[in-house]
Design a protein around this ligand. Structure first.
Ligand SMILES: C[C@H](N)C(=O)N[C@@H](CCCCN)C(=O)O
Length: 456
């Protein structure tokens, strides 16, 4: 009896997993909206006359405010000052607001010739909305990591983090699979409208979480060690950036993710133009890495927990990435089955590296510096997520147009993707080099990355 009354809400399995699924739904909606415009690149070009450069600018806008206004750093500070409930709600509101702005840009001003600050009004406004959404999505990302740390402290924390990332991948995969069919059957803006509705659902679901979390806080003194330890402080910033492991993980993170997320944004068009995949299913192909990662991330996470070898696995993932991008770059291979197999291999790499990388952060830094480390790594990662799409879009527009085609009265460009794929291959080679340096640093500084997480 006494034992039951001392039990905190997160001691109950059903309660902590319900809390996880509730916040994971918000993140799933966020990942859907993050990826929903990518498969529509050619339609944006045909219907709204967006160039590849404009598409790249729009795609990179996700990270613009995070990088140039340091929003991830402020987000970290707000998270520590005002807590997970306030910050989570704030980020969900930013995601909804940004998406509504993006939707209004496309519906109200789509295809306009009006200019603002040297950009077409619709491109500028959609990018501004996507940028605000990006702040919400990234801050929500660190907030959810902290929520899991609080609710699963001393429990199945790694599994919970793996399940949350896996569920987020469902959002991505659905976005890639449905965007073109939905846009063709209804309107170009319908997939985004669905995203806005999902995000409102995500906001409501986060609101439900706040009630659960308030109840948890009201119960017998919750072990606050995790909350206090994760506070963002400038002393911790200095400690984190003085650690060589930080720079290697952050570099690997920016290089690896720059080869995956930005590549996926252009992959639908690559499938159609180079591998003659039908437009209706090209998005599903582009989303395959997310689908693979959905199943494999928890599996590889469990393997690494038991057997270790995280540094070697990051090297293997980076090597697989080089092979995938290098084969995509070969100009004379046009078989669609090759494209599918490469996407599956990319999915395996996309499961291997994150399931080894994120828990490694927890091995390199003490708990009190973890929140700071994650915020700074996300910040550096966002530099790549901003710069690489803009670079690829501009390269496509300036060097890769090979002709034009008219489909249903709408003119779109044809592109040769050899040069962009060579750029992705180059970045992947750098990521392997950094993964190798990380493995050497692990030997030198004894981070224990190759050791199993679970004690036998
Ligand atoms: C894009 C975002 N900054 C990111 O890196 N997301 C990761 C998951 C991070 C989980 C950290 N606990 C992803 O692989 O989607």
């Amino acid at each position: 009896m006494n034992q039951t009354s001392n039990q905190k809400l997160n001691d109950k399995t059903w309660a902590r997993w319900s809390a996880l699924f509730v916040v994971a739904f918000t993140m799933m909606a966020a990942y859907y909206v993050n990826d929903i415009m990518a498969p529509l690149k050619s339609m944006l070009e045909g219907e709204l006359h967006w160039t590849s450069g404009e598409f790249g600018f729009f795609t990179g806008a996700y990270s613009f405010l995070n990088v140039f206004l340091l929003m991830l750093i402020w987000g970290g500070l707000i998270l520590d000052k005002f807590g997970i409930r306030f910050t989570g709600m704030l980020s969900a509101i930013l995601m909804v607001g940004g998406t509504i702005c993006e939707y209004a840009a496309i519906t109200r001003f789509g295809g306009t010739e009006e200019m603002l600050f040297g950009y077409k009004l619709d491109v500028f406004m959609a990018s501004a909305g996507y940028s605000v959404f990006g702040v919400g999505a990234e801050v929500a990302g660190i907030t959810v990591t902290k929520i899991i740390a609080k609710w699963f402290h001393g429990k199945e924390m790694a599994l919970a983090m793996g399940v949350q990332v896996a569920l987020a991948r469902v959002g991505s995969q659905v976005a890639y699979a449905v965007a073109i069919p939905v846009a063709k059957n209804w309107h170009l803006d319908t997939p985004l409208l669905i995203g806005a509705i999902l995000l409102v659902g995500g906001l409501v679901s986060f609101l439900c979480f706040t009630f659960m979390d308030r109840k948890l806080d009201r119960q017998v003194t919750i072990d606050t060690s995790c909350g206090d330890d994760e506070k963002f402080s400038f002393k911790d910033v200095v400690a984190v950036v003085s650690n060589p492991g930080f720079w290697l993980i952050a570099l690997l993170c920016v290089l690896f993710y720059s080869c995956v997320f930005p590549f996926q944004k252009f992959a639908t068009e690559l499938m159609v133009t180079k591998y003659n995949v039908s437009e209706d299913i090209a998005g599903t192909f582009a989303g395959l890495p997310a689908l693979g990662a959905l199943f494999l991330t928890p599996v590889f996470g469990g393997m690494i927990d038991r057997r270790g070898k995280a540094a070697s696995i990051m090297m293997l993932g980076a090597f697989m990435l080089i092979c995938v991008h290098a084969i995509y770059a070969i100009p004379f291979i046009h078989a669609s089955w090759v494209a599918i197999i490469l996407m599956i291999i990319l999915g395996i790499a996309f499961s291997l590296v994150p399931s080894a990388m994120w828990p490694s952060v927890a091995k390199i830094f003490p708990v009190k510096q973890l929140g700071t480390a994650y915020a700074l790594i996300f910040f550096i990662q966002n530099i790549g997520l901003w710069g690489i799409p803009a670079l690829i879009g501009s390269v496509l527009e300036n060097y890769c147009i090979t002709g034009q085609e008219v489909v249903n009265g709408k003119t779109t460009n044809l592109y040769d993707y050899t040069l962009p794929m060579c750029i992705f291959t180059g970045i992947a080679i750098l990521s392997l080099l950094v993964a190798f340096l990380l493995k050497s640093a692990d030997k030198q500084y004894g981070y224990g990355l190759e050791k199993a997480n679970l004690k036998k």
